[in-house]
Design a protein. Structure first.
Length: 274
């Protein structure tokens, strides 16, 4: 299978860069778009990279944050055929809430719901065919999971911690290889990886996604302990990891020290083949 990172926080070769993520996946049966970044930049990059988005037949939104779904309308403008799979509550009222600051809306633009006829509610474990399936429930089995108290959802009673029930992960099988696409991995990359291993019956050959570790503090000993525990868990087996976006330079550096060439950046323009 071929994986092209259309958009990420960094880019090479004069491509657009923006805080967000969008990836194109090509298999024998499908042309897949996984996330659409914060705006139309991913579509411009696709044009420059020779990726024809009009031929995408399956699109997936990993979760309801605007840095992954803000380009949804731009995708629908260049593609009239693909069904777009998202969790039923992806249009929740999601905010970043920091002490002393006004809550900042980070959810999908409500007007995108006008595209309802293109949107298909998905569920954990949903299988589309022998190549594509969504990861089932992700139990919190690992001793450490990223904690992001600022990420909250507005409810009738005020703000509450985001449970990330709107997050989903895609498993792709092709040519005897398996890949896991994890978006931001808010549920914890190790938890997600272990759930994928249980569902597949083996560890995936590759993982693509942000690990949401960018807020870890290099001066905090607990941060390094958490990173090294994460790295040790990821080091099991032979899985190769392509990461960026919300992983952060500090976390990438520590994990690269532990995983070596098995940890690779996925900046805009990166092409991987399995």
């Amino acid at each position: 299978m071929k994986i092209v990172t259309l958009l990420e926080n960094e880019a090479a070769g004069g491509l657009c860069a923006a805080r967000g993520l969008s990836q194109y996946i090509e298999t024998p049966r499908h042309k897949i778009l996984f996330d659409m970044g914060p705006d139309a930049s991913f579509a411009e990059n696709a044009r420059r990279l020779g990726v024809d988005l009009s031929q995408v037949d399956v699109a997936v939104l990993s979760h309801g944050h605007s840095d992954h779904g803000g380009g949804l309308r731009a995708f629908c403008e260049v593609n009239s055929r693909a069904e777009i799979y998202l969790r039923p509550d992806a249009f929740g009222e999601f905010y970043a809430v920091k002490p002393g600051q006004a809550p900042c809306y980070i959810g999908l633009e409500p007007s995108l719901w006008e595209l309802e006829s293109r949107l298909v509610p998905s569920a954990p474990g949903l299988r589309l065919d022998e190549e594509l399936e969504f990861l089932g429930p992700v139990p919190a089995v690992f001793s450490w999971t990223p904690r992001t108290p600022k990420l909250q959802e507005k409810t009738p009673g005020g703000f509450a911690a985001d449970t990330f029930s709107h997050e989903q992960h895609l498993l792709v099988r092709a040519w005897g290889k398996t890949a896991l696409f994890a978006g931001c991995a808010h549920g914890g990359i190790v938890n997600i990886l272990r759930a994928a291993q249980a569902q597949l019956g083996c560890r995936p050959d590759a993982v693509f996604g942000g690990f949401h570790l960018f807020e870890l503090d290099p001066a905090d000993p607990e941060s390094e302990q958490a990173l090294r525990a994460t790295g040790a868990a990821l080091a099991e087996g032979e899985t190769v990891y392509y990461t960026g976006h919300c992983t952060g330079d500090y976390a990438f550096g520590v994990l690269r020290e532990m995983l070596g060439e098995r940890l690779r950046p996925m900046h805009g323009g990166t092409v991987a083949e399995l």
